[in-house]
Write a protein that binds this ligand. Structure first.
Ligand SMILES: [Zn+2]
Length: 114
């Protein structure tokens, strides 16, 4: 038999993991703003977040730790970039470098038999 007490959930629903947490970070708080949290979520997770959004505007500490880890890994692969900057999504930085097929050797054997 299930206990009805377990159905009582106190807290906020995390935007990312959709679990209820009593301690969360509001995406429009000063702290989140200082951490550029919305920018990171939008860039790394392709989330669209706005003030008018009816979905939760909080994330739990676990998800916060994850996004910080993702961002840290992302930065570590780009050591030349300013680490204080959060990337702009509309900036095209994709480079094609696999377009060189000049090293594909022709399969014609050059056999001289004399
Ligand atoms: Zn979460």
């Amino acid at each position: 038999m299930g206990s009805i007490a377990n159905a009582k959930i106190v807290g906020y629903i995390c935007r990312l993991c959709v679990q209820a947490h009593s301690i969360v970070i509001h995406l429009y708080s000063d702290r989140a703003s200082a951490l550029k949290l919305i920018e990171k979520l939008q860039f790394h997770l392709d989330l669209t977040i706005s003030q008018e959004d009816i979905r939760p505007k909080v994330i739990c500490l676990e998800c916060f730790a994850r996004i910080e880890e993702i961002h840290r890994l992302w930065q570590s692969e780009r050591p030349a970039q300013d680490t204080e900057k959060v990337p702009q999504k509309d900036k095209e930085d994709t480079q094609k470098d696999g377009d060189d097929s000049s090293d594909a050797a022709p399969m014609a054997p050059n056999v001289s038999n004399d």
